[in-house]
Write a protein that binds this ligand. Structure first.
Ligand code: ADP
Ligand code: MG
Length: 691
């Protein structure tokens, strides 16, 4: 007996898996045999029902019993190779019709597939004129007793492929694991299985890959998806929430800062601050997500909320994903907070050793109230005297493991996560089950929505003219180039070419080229000059870092916009429209757009609402993208779909709540299985592929 997720034997040990296949499996995030079992088929091919030749339409698949009628040849002209054509007729008894099998490069079939013989046929059919043809086909000799050969009468899984993998190999490997491993330990309490009409774990995984019929397949998938969601809920909701002690009022420091601001806080900012303040007033560590579209003013909420802890003598860490962004935060934070007497310091990987050791000593002595930086903040050498509050900016890729790690800590600091990438509703019901959410829905007043224009190649000249007009008004622009190859070489060449080209377009307009190969110091200097308005535009390879805040920039030009995902486009566009000035976003695209890219660009043109865009992103990319282990930025779910399984999520939530209420230690005999699964094989941690 084994758990579904604990077979750690490598796939390399399976039949037919050499070094190439091992590498290809690794590309799918599959290293162990358990991970192979968790590979979800893209779809299933239904070969369980007969589809006679007479009734198949163009593009459909024939699945039936046939007799070989005759051989003929085509391509008889001089100099051409002749090709065998096998004519078959339907003898299934369920229909009639004929089909021509075109045997390109397979004339040898004339020796084996002889007239008069009976075969099971599976073939995608094309209709050319009055003839039904198939180029790709499978024929299997009919057995004496009329039994279906193994490939027929079945529903076959179709897996995602990489490199040297074939359907045949994956199917065989999965069968091999399923045959060898013995029965799987059941992962759900009996009563739940009964109530929800679910299969045992063992039956479910076997049925899922090789289902006898579509009904059983649905049941198997439901079982596996429910199991994942159920355990996820159990963990996420295990910690009871205490009610806040008393509504907290803003402290003196907070009020002084708010008075000094040149603008009023939005109602959403005030509401978020109140929620955070109340959380910070309880013993229970805060777990709060502050979500708000780009430019909604999250950073300021972070700063103000920190003052409560600082006033009480605690220390605060403010972490940003990149060095540039951390520096920007440190500067804006210092400008706001130092006049109030807050002692702020900046720490990243590039701080020089001497300065660093000085800083670390001060931190340990409690002479620093607020430390701003990158993930270097949490390296081992950094010890706080009294760290009570951690703020993490742009944390939209929050892994469940990190989250669980934090939940498990004894002296857990308060935690505020700030993100512009909203959490889909379904997801907020699961892993963020015990995470509270504050939302900034409204933008600071006076902002004009960014005008988004889709620009074809031939409309470039007009675009350059419009941007030029913005320069004459003293406004600034970003020109963005996508990352094209991993080495970065060709990007660099392209973007350098673009930079030269723009210099000719805008003679005498000061500009700079910024890319990932530059030193951190150079990047900082360029950005500083840009911030001061000494440069009118930046040409940049990868992303102008998320979160960069330069209100005077009004133009965002994105080259090859079709190569960016919606989330990235939205982030980039968010770099403009940060003041009362009218801003523009130009999405330049090439002529050959895929359907998906077309849809994406249209969504960008039609909407500036980050929540709407995130939703559309889910719809366009489809649930597969989110649930696929490799793609998911959030969770390692193999079977459940966060966009499609809302009903299952709710059922799992209800079931887990019920169990937690009566037996939170999982002590009842029926529930001991939960304890073992949680400690030995939790369903959402499988798959070590980095997202
Ligand atoms: P986010 O991190 O949510 O994308 P930022 O915190 O960078 O947004 O804020 C965007 C800009 O809006 C900053 O220049 C900030 O100073 C400004 N801002 C924040 N709150 C307000 C407000 N209530 N009124 C006007 N401007 C604001
Ligand atoms: Mg921000």
């Amino acid at each position: 007996m084994t758990y579904l997720r604990t077979i750690t034997d490598p796939v390399a040990k399976l039949g037919g898996v050499g070094p190439a296949a091992t590498r290809s499996y690794a590309e799918l995030g599959i290293h162990t045999q358990s991970e192979l079992l968790l590979l979800a088929p893209r779809t299933w091919e239904d070969r369980s029902t007969v589809r006679p030749l007479g009734s198949v339409q163009d593009g459909q698949v024939a699945n039936t019993l046939v007799e070989v009628v005759s051989h003929s040849y085509f391509g008889l002209k001089k100099g051409m190779k002749r090709t065998l054509k096998i004519i078959v007729r339907d003898v299934s008894g369920l229909g009639d019709g004929r089909l021509s099998l075109l045997c390109f490069g397979r004339n040898f079939l004339e020796k084996t597939i002889k007239p008069g013989r009976i075969y099971y046929l599976w073939a995608p059919v094309a209709i050319k004129g009055s003839e039904k043809q198939a180029v790709q086909f499978e024929l299997h000799p009919a057995t004496e007793d009329g039994d279906f050969p193994p490939q027929f009468g079945k529903i076959l899984p179709v897996y995602p492929l990489r490199g040297s993998l074939t359907q045949r190999l994956i199917r065989a490997n999965i069968r091999q694991v399923l045959t060898r491993c013995g029965a799987f330990i059941n992962e759900l309490p009996e009563s739940l299985m009964k109530e929800l009409d679910l299969l045992s774990t063992d039956e479910a995984i076997r049925t899922y890959h090789f289902p006898p019929n579509l009904q059983q397949l649905a049941r198997a998938r439901r079982t596996l998806a429910f199991t994942e969601l159920f355990y996820l809920q159990l963990v996420a909701r295990r910690k009871p929430r205490k009610k806040p002690a008393k509504p907290a009022i803003p402290g003196a420091l907070e009020l002084r800062l708010i008075e000094r601001l040149p603008f009023a806080l939005t109602n959403d900012q005030l509401a978020a601050l109140k929620e955070i303040r109340e959380d910070l007033g309880t013993e229970e560590p805060m777990n709060r997500l502050l979500q708000g579209d780009v430019g909604s003013g999250k950073t300021l909420v972070g700063w103000i909320s920190a003052l409560k802890i600082i006033a009480e003598g605690g220390q605060v860490a403010f972490m940003a994903p990149t060095e540039l962004l951390a520096r920007q935060h440190a500067e804006s934070g210092a400008a706001l907070l130092e006049p109030l007497g807050v002692r702020l310091a900046f720490l990243t990987g590039s701080v020089k050793p001497k300065e660093r050791s000085y800083l670390l000593t001060a931190l340990q002595r409690g002479e620093i109230d607020l430390l701003v930086g990158t993930h270097a903040l949490f390296s081992e050498s950094v010890t706080f005297r009294n760290l009570r509050y951690v703020i993490i900016d742009e944390q939209h890729r929050f892994g469940v493991e990190q989250r669980l790690a934090l939940l498990g800590k004894a002296t857990e600091p308060h935690l505020l996560l700030m993100t512009a990438t909203p959490i889909p509703r379904t997801l907020s019901l699961t892993v963020f089950g015990s995470l509270n959410i504050s939302t900034l829905r409204t933008m600071p007043p006076g902002r004009k929505p960014v005008i988004t224009l889709l620009v074809k190649e031939e409309s470039r000249p007009r675009m350059y003219k419009s941007v030029g007009v913005e320069f004459t008004r003293g406004h600034q622009a970003y020109f963005i180039y996508p990352r094209i190859d991993d080495s970065g070489q060709s990007d660099l060449r392209d973007v350098a070419g673009m930079y030269e080209f723009l210099k000719q377009q805008y003679p005498g307009v000061p500009s700079a080229l910024i890319h990932s190969k530059l030193d951190e110091d150079e990047k900082v200097a360029i950005l500083e000059a840009y911030r001061k308005g000494e440069l009118s535009y930046l040409v940049s390879t990868s992303v102008v870092e998320v979160g960069i805040d330069i209100p005077n920039a009004t133009c965002m030009i994105i080259e090859h916009a079709d190569r960016f995902g919606l989330a990235a486009l939205h982030q980039l566009r968010g770099r403009v429209g940060r003041s009362a000035l009218q801003s523009y976003c130009f999405l330049v695209f090439s002529d050959e757009l895929t359907e998906e890219a077309k849809k994406r660009l249209q969504v960008m043109k039609d909407s500036t609402d980050g929540f709407h865009i995130a939703e559309q992103d889910l719809i366009i990319r489809g649930p597969g993208e989110l649930t696929g282990r490799a793609q998911s930025g959030y969770l390692n779910l193999a079977f459940a779909s966060l966009s499609d399984d809302l009903e299952l999520i709710e059922q799992a939530r209800a079931a887990s709540d019920r169990i937690l209420q009566v037996d939170s230690g999982f002590l009842a005999p029926e529930n001991t299985i939960i304890r073992s699964v949680l400690s030995e094989a939790p369903p959402f941690e499988a798959g070590r592929s980095e997202a």
